[in-house]
Design a binder for this molecule. Structure first.
Ligand SMILES: Cc1cc2nc3c(=O)[nH]c(=O)nc-3n(C[C@H](O)[C@H](O)[C@H](O)COP(=O)(O)OP(=O)(O)OC[C@H]3O[C@@H](n4cnc5c(N)ncnc54)[C@H](O)[C@@H]3O)c2cc1C
Length: 487
């Protein structure tokens, strides 16, 4: 017999969990289907060598909408700690504080680039805005930060992160970045926030970033939502009254769930079908397009196949001998190494339960699914992280072992032309009244966790007991385009 729900949520990342909790609190019957054996999506945590670690460096922004932050504070209590950024960036061969401190940056730059940065800054006092319609990421970032800083930091970083040069990226990729579009505006904001003592603040849960999503999942279950883990959505059939979704339970699920003592939604024992009045999908948009029945028109499928994601390798190095560095994150824009960021999760929090005789360091390596990096084995990746550490004058790594995670959908790539493809796909999805797509993958946007939570709340708020308020949701979608991404 098919399971039934008012609302079926696909994916138990922050967006799906927030929507499930909010809708369940309003009395809707909610079922969440999640492919992984745990909740949290990319914002989950897991244990390596007795240390809770995240999927790359994760921090919760103080810009989280106040009503959502109030809910999170109520759920997490004192475990939601206020922390201060201690990151740094490698420029040429010197480490400087990041986000930048102007005076330190000026001192750290070698004489020639320093003079050029100063001249750039003078010329930017009367900035010429690039033609918005024609502008690329490179145009906007050059106009905002000056050509020298762009060349030194943002161009090589873009190439590593998204796999293409800044000229091939849409201006949206720059517009959405906190700190852009002008260095002057960023500086003013930083100084103002600095005076208020807030510039470097962020929030982080004591037991790892994933404590936030685990607590959210528990709250959703307490409110009556059911969550089925190890359950992959394979088909979404839409009809007038709602949708029938087919999913498969992974074979290893029962054993894995039992071992971990994790939640599961009964009567969802072996996969099967669910009937629901409405579906919220947080699945990657191109994947969603391929799962739908009746199938998408040719134009929409063709557009879906043009939307690109950058994959991400996360190499976790177990370091013996206590804390490795005093920083939470090290940024590496240089093209010499494929690593973009190195983070030490224990430095994101104060947790007396963290092991004191070792640390785990996470190396973020963007790549393409199937390329040489993606296919590298643990020994090759251990060599790579050791080479990176010595080339960048980082503290020596007393490496016990490495563990690797691979994310296929690390970053949506807003390359030139993406807007047309996305619009073509969305204009078809918008004709499907019983389906709403949201979240970072669902809206093909590089959003942060607080944005994903906001989307979940706003989608649930648009869901009445009988119908989904499409106009209200479209207004929310317009709001989301103003989100500023923090890195
Ligand atoms: C390296 C890195 C660092 C980041 N750092 C930060 C940070 O510091 N601060 C911050 O706020 N944000 C950060 N983010 C962004 C943050 O992780 C995302 O904004 C957030 O996880 C998006 O939530 P979501 O629910 O939209 O999607 P996701 O977390 O991607 O969740 C989608 C879920 O859908 C599931 N799914 C996919 N396909 C299927 C299927 N067929 N069937 C069933 N389930 C399926 C997936 O398993 C996943 O659990 C970072 C992201 C990355 C990659």
């Amino acid at each position: 017999m098919a399971a039934e729900a008012d609302l079926l949520v696909l994916g138990a990342g922050p967006a799906g969990l927030a929507a499930a909790w909010r809708a369940a609190r309003r009395g809707q019957s909610v079922l969440v289907l999640e492919r992984a054996e745990n909740t949290g999506g990319m914002a989950a945590s897991f244990e390596i060598a007795g240390m809770s670690v995240d999927y790359g460096s994760h921090r919760l922004s103080p810009a989280t909408p106040p009503h959502i932050l109030a809910d999170l504070r109520a759920l997490l209590g004192a475990d939601l700690q206020t922390r201060y950024r201690t990151g740094r960036i490698l420029l040429s061969d010197r480490w400087v504080t990041y986000p930048f401190k102007p005076r330190e940056l000026a001192k750290a730059l070698p004489r020639a680039p320093r003079t050029r940065v100063a001249l750039d800054a003078l010329s930017m006092l009367r900035p010429k805005a690039p033609d918005a319609a024609e502008a690329s990421y490179a145009d906007l970032m050059r106009a905002g930060f000056g050509p020298t800083l762009y060349q030194l930091v943002y161009e090589p970083y873009a190439r590593k992160l998204w796999g293409v040069s800044g000229d091939e990226l849409d201006a949206d990729q720059a517009r959405r970045k906190a700190g852009a579009p002008t260095a002057f505006a960023a500086l003013t904001r930083a100084v103002r926030a600095g005076l208020a003592g807030e510039s470097l603040a962020y929030l982080y849960p004591r037991r790892g970033f994933g404590q936030l999503t685990e607590t959210l999942a528990d709250a959703a279950i307490t409110a009556g939502a059911r969550i089925a883990l190890g359950t992959t959505v394979e088909r979404i059939e839409l009809h007038e009254q709602g949708a029938t979704v087919t999913a498969a339970r992974s074979e290893s699920h029962s054993a894995a769930a039992e071992r971990a003592g994790r939640r599961s939604a009964e009567p969802w024992t072996n996969g099967g079908t669910v009937r629901a009045k409405h579906v919220f999908s947080t699945l990657p948009l191109p994947q969603l397009a391929r799962l739908l029945v009746p199938s998408a028109p040719y134009e929409a499928l063709a557009a879906a196949s043009e939307l690109r994601f950058r994959a991400l390798l996360l190499v976790y190095a177990v370091h013996e001998g206590g804390r490795w560095s005093g920083h939470d994150v090290h940024y590496l824009p240089s093209p010499a190494a494929p690593v973009t960021r190195i983070s030490e999760p224990a430095n994101h929090r104060i947790n007396p339960d963290d092991p004191s005789d070792r640390s785990v360091i996470c190396f973020e390596i963007p790549c393409q699914v199937g390329d040489e990096l993606w296919s590298a084995d643990e020994r090759q990746l251990a060599d790579l992280v050791q080479r990176t550490v010595s080339a960048c004058a980082l503290p020596p790594l007393r490496l016990a072992w490495v563990q690797v995670k691979r994310l296929r959908h690390g970053y949506p790539v807003h390359n030139a032309g993406y807007r047309d493809h996305l619009a073509a796909l969305e204009s078809w999805i918008d004709t499907l009244p019983r389906l709403t797509t949201l979240g970072r993958q669902g809206l093909f946007t590089p959003d942060n966790v607080h944005h994903a939570l906001d989307m979940g709340y706003q989608a649930a708020d648009a869901l009445g007991s009988d119908a989904f308020d499409h106009e209200r949701w479209q207004a929310s979608r317009r709001e989301f385009t103003a989100h500023l991404i923090e890195t």
